[in-house]
Design a protein around this ligand. Structure first.
Ligand SMILES: [Cu+2]
Length: 194
């Protein structure tokens, strides 16, 4: 009897852990994109084009990345870097082209990485405001932002492997699936021992 109670207590704890996991893994809406993934050396927010990419300029690498992704309202952009960079938004293409960031909106997180949630379909012009980093090519323009897509899991296309789509991370459906697998396995396990 006592052993059964102990087992039940252990399984209650397991269920609790699963519930917490589900909460953590819960889809938060929108995909995550690592800025520069697959095109910029180390998928970093950087002013260094890297030795293996010497045939393209850094600006071209960020451009190729931006062309490779389909970003929608609600998606999250992830800027990976060490602490010697900033992520700032300039308001016009002219300012972006000429690296004129006399006025800008600083969206740099207190500690890296910087996460930026896309709020609307307005073009986004990101630059680094440190020294001449922008002029050296550390800037990215995201100009074709799609309206928020309504989640319809039954017709959701098969999610691509991580990073195959210009840095798109695990999709909502994947998270939901892993959450469901954990919860249902636990439930079946619980049933089998009581
Ligand atoms: Cu920089």
């Amino acid at each position: 009897m006592e052993a059964k109670f102990t087992r039940l207590a252990a399984f209650s704890r397991l269920v609790l852990i699963c519930l917490v996991l589900c909460e953590v893994l819960k889809p938060v809406g929108g995909a995550k994109f690592v800025v520069g993934a697959n095109f910029v050396s180390g998928a970093l927010w950087t002013n260094d084009p890297g030795p293996s990419h010497s045939n393209t300029t850094l600006v071209e690498q960020y451009e190729m990345w931006a062309n490779s992704v389909k970003i929608s309202v609600g998606d999250t952009l992830q800027f990976l870097y060490d602490d010697s960079h900033t992520v700032v938004l300039v308001s016009t293409k002219e300012m972006y082209d000429s690296c004129n960031y006399a006025t800008y909106t600083d969206v740099t997180s207190p500690t890296p990485p910087t996460l930026y949630i896309v709020n609307d379909t307005q073009p986004l012009y990101f630059v680094c405001s440190i020294d001449k980093h922008c002029a050296e090519g550390q800037k990215v323009a995201i100009t074709n932002i799609l309206p928020a897509s309504s989640p319809t899991p039954s017709v959701y296309p098969a999610p691509p492997p991580a990073f195959s789509n210009g840095g798109r991370l695990m999709g909502s459906l994947d998270r939901l699936r892993s959450c469901w697998t954990v919860a249902s396995s636990t439930f079946m396990f619980l049933l089998s021992i009581t």
